[in-house]
Design a protein around this ligand. Structure first.
Ligand SMILES: *Cc1c(COP(=O)(O)O)cnc(C)c1O
Length: 369
């Protein structure tokens, strides 16, 4: 494994690259947080120094998303996958027959459905399994009709492994739309009022690993099944402002600086603009090339996880190795998908993608001569 004297370009799918100014601030403050005499790693989650951090983080998120007032912001341990359990436990009882619907457009959707089945009749509503999840299913009026009586519809807004993304969300009417937005939260402008619940673990676009943000419409609180563990009850967590037990202080602290940085850059609109630029650069090259191939249905291409492959496994290995050597890191595709995956989250600069495309051009030219 090559070693670097400087920070390299990090295409990791998660935990992912953080904005450099954020890391610098953290470094500067690490030993003695704002002269409180101790590190942020050493203070109470109920201390006077931490409570404003929690508050500001929530405020910043509200501003960035123009979140309507009837939504609550909660923090949970256990990652996004813990919400695969928390969502059915908290919402299934909204349906008389504990029925819920799942759009399965990738691995994370499969796992969410499997977990939902533990607690009620979670059903696959639509899926995109043909051609290895390379497209988002086309939703017709009769599909929406089939949702009637469901406690909720769950979908994964961006399929991190397969590189597809929902461009517009189904209009589900009375049935709350529940979104796993772990890999694309704050990467593009989205109207949150169309969702009943949105969750995302922090480690892709919000901060370091260790917490999951849940944004939930207030009428969905208080419906949990009786067996729901206390620390997974949305209502219980809301009533204590996520301080029921020791919250991951450091993760919230870093998230605040990440959100501040987004705000300084021009907010979510600016993030989206840059993400579109980065994705276009890469997809344009892929479309032009007969050497690098992508099989993702063009209208469903993800802005944040770009998946492609090379003609042979030998060339793939060689390409990945050469990328690592020049400081283009963590481009190896997920083990279930193979190939290359370039994750272009908010904190990845445009230059990183320019370097990657240069490398691809160069590699293609050499391979073809
Ligand atoms: C990364 C990712 C997860 C991971 O969940 P954790 O439990 O936080 O590791 C879940 N869903 C999606 C869409 C992801 O991209």
């Amino acid at each position: 494994m090559p070693r670097f004297a400087e920070r390299a370009y990090n295409f990791s799918p998660g935990p992912a690259v953080l904005p450099l100014p954020v890391l610098e601030k953290v470094q500067k403050e690490l030993l003695n947080y704002r002269e409180c005499g101790a590190s942020i790693l050493e203070i109470s989650h109920r201390s006077k120094d931490f409570l404003p951090i929690l508050d500001e983080t929530q405020q910043l998120f509200r501003q960035l998303t123009q979140l309507p007032d009837n939504y609550r912001l909660l923090f949970f341990s256990g990652g996004a996958q813990m919400q695969f359990s928390a969502v059915p436990l908290n919402l299934l009882s909204r349906s008389a027959s504990n029925r819920a619907s799942y759009a399965v457009t990738g691995k994370w959707g499969e796992l969410a459905l499997e977990e939902g089945k533990r607690y009620g009749s979670a059903e696959e509503w639509m899926h995109g399994r043909e051609d290895r999840y390379n497209r988002i299913p086309n939703v017709q009026a009769e599909d929406l009709e089939r949702l009637k009586g469901s406690a909720y519809l769950h979908l994964t807004s961006n399929n991190t492994l397969y590189g597809t993304q929902w461009n517009h969300f189904p209009q589900t009417g009375e049935v709350p739309l529940v979104i796993d937005a772990t890999s694309d939260i704050l990467s593009r402008e989205v109207d949150f009022s169309q969702f009943g619940l949105v969750y995302a673990s922090l480690q892709k676009n919000l901060g370091p690993a260790g917490l999951t943000l849940v944004v939930v419409r207030d009428d969905l609180l208080g419906h949990h099944l009786p067996q729901t563990p206390k620390l997974l009850q949305y209502q219980a967590i809301d009533s204590q402002n996520s301080l029921n037990n020791t919250i991951n202080v450091f993760a919230v602290y870093v998230m605040r600086y990440v959100l501040e940085w987004y705000e300084e850059q021009g907010g979510v609109a600016a993030m989206e603009k840059q993400n579109r630029q980065k994705a276009k650069l890469l997809y344009d090259y892929l479309d032009e090339s007969d050497f690098f191939l992508t099989s993702v249905n063009p209208p469903d291409r993800s802005l944040v996880n770009v998946i492609f492959n090379l003609p042979t496994t030998e060339l793939l290995q060689q390409f990945l190795q050469e990328c690592e050597e020049v400081g283009l890191l963590a481009l190896k595709g997920h083990r279930e998908v193979g190939g290359v995956r370039a994750s272009l989250y908010n904190a990845l600069p445009l230059t990183a993608v320019e370097r990657l495309v240069e490398k691809m051009r160069d590699f293609e030219r050499k391979a073809l001569t």
